[in-house]
Design a protein around this ligand. Structure first.
Ligand SMILES: [Zn+2]
Length: 270
């Protein structure tokens, strides 16, 4: 301690300058970090009264993918979707869920087509500006596959902008070790909606560690915050930057995951 006093005593001005410079650097970093970490609440201006449809994928008779310990995709989807709606509405939005519980949405004999059609009709009836369908992935052939990924309809510039924002905001909050990027993919539900639509795969239930994370309330909250903030940036008209070096979504081991075939067009268009 003595030596420190001696140095300060010899060069007081130098020390004041150094401390001021350091404070300025820390303050600048802190403000920058705050701007980066903006939550959806800071976007209330652009979300105000905007109708957004959040679709918890699967539900009712359709459980969706199954996790390594038996987690049903539909359950996780609904939990995350509810959190997204809460966050948007706390910021003044008018987000709606296409399903609110585990009942089938369509009436009469169940089919995947009638179920998806009913949900899109619900969103269109409410004049939703965007449609975000929430899913969880599964690829048991490569259990190391992990991370969130967002899909948009090929040729939809607005869908792409929405997907890029959501992908970036999710990645910022939960990471993405496999480097998954927003990707164009032809899905029935994306093709049917008149407004820009995306499908969000929040993570892989076939990866035991990620399955455990997806069941955690705080992790669901982070994903929901990423999705809601991405939607807010889209609604605010922010341009989305293409990811640098647009990496592949190729899974480790050279596999390309067959993402959520249950809602793929192949199954429904046959
Ligand atoms: Zn799904």
């Amino acid at each position: 301690m003595r030596s420190v006093y001696m140095i300060v005593g010899k060069h007081p001005r130098m020390w004041v300058t150094a401390v001021m410079a350091l404070s300025a650097i820390l303050l600048y970093g802190g403000v920058n970090q705050l701007l980066e970490d903006r939550t959806v609440l800071t976007f209330s201006g652009v979300i105000q009264d905007k109708v957004v449809a959040i679709d918890p994928g699967h539900g009712g008779e359709d459980g969706g993918a199954k996790g390594t310990r038996g987690t049903q995709e539909k359950v996780v989807n609904l939990l995350i979707a509810k959190k997204v709606v809460d966050q948007l509405n706390q910021a003044g939005g008018k987000a709606i869920l296409t399903r609110e519980n585990e009942d089938n949405v369509s009436v009469g004999p169940w089919s995947q087509r009638s179920e998806l059609t009913k949900r899109v009709e619900k969103a269109q009836g409410a004049n939703a500006l965007v449609y975000v369908s929430i899913h969880a992935n599964s690829f048991p052939m490569a259990p190391a596959c992990q991370g969130p990924q967002t899909f948009y309809q090929p040729g939809s510039a607005e869908g792409k902008r929405l997907a890029l924002h959501i992908q970036k905001e999710m990645t910022k909050r939960v990471g993405n070790k496999d480097g998954r990027q927003a990707k164009a993919e032809d899905y029935f539900v994306l093709r049917m909606t008149k407004c820009p639509a995306v499908m969000v795969e929040t993570g892989f239930l076939s990866n035991a560690a990620e399955e455990a994370l997806l069941l955690r309330d705080d992790y669901q909250e982070k994903l929901a915050q990423g999705i809601a903030t991405g939607i807010a940036r889209y609604l605010g008209g922010e341009p989305a930057e293409e990811p640098k070096g647009a990496a592949t979504d190729q899974a480790p081991g050279g596999f390309i995951p067959e993402v959520d075939r249950a809602v793929s067009p192949g199954l429904l268009d046959s």
